[in-house]
Design a protein around this ligand. Structure first.
Ligand code: FES
Length: 123
């Protein structure tokens, strides 16, 4: 059901775990399936220098989180906020339609983490 690229990323995901001494943390649940995703970020001068994820989710959630965390590294917070689940899915060359909701988890967790960071900064 998954394409080759998704299977490859799922089999060898990047950025699994938790960033040491993270500056921001975002945890979200998926309304459709109840799965959970946590993203931690290291932020330096408004730029994301490291990103890691942990998930109780399916293969699609793992593949999209791996890809999304790779995409936001080196980006400013504003640019990271512009990344959509659609772009992540495109990067993975597509997901089965019934799995598209899984890709929303990473996008939402990134947004939650950035919000957490900005709140802590008092911005
Ligand atoms: Fe829950 Fe994919 S089925 S994240």
């Amino acid at each position: 059901m998954y394409n080759e690229k998704v299977m490859k990323v799922f089999a060898d995901p990047k950025n699994v775990g938790e960033v040491e001494n993270y500056d921001a943390i975002g945890t979200v649940g998926n309304a459709t399936c109840g799965d959970i995703m946590q993203i931690t970020l290291k932020i330096d001068n408004d730029v994301i220098t490291d990103a890691k994820f942990k998930t109780f989710g399916c293969a699609a959630a793992i593949a999209t989180s791996s890809t999304a965390t790779e995409m936001i590294k080196g980006k400013t917070l504003d640019d990271a906020l512009k990344i959509t689940n659609k772009q992540v899915v495109e990067e993975l060359e597509g997901l089965p339609p019934q799995k598209l909701h899984c890709s929303v988890l990473a996008e939402e967790a990134i947004k939650a983490a950035i919000e957490d960071y900005r709140k802590k900064q008092g911005a």
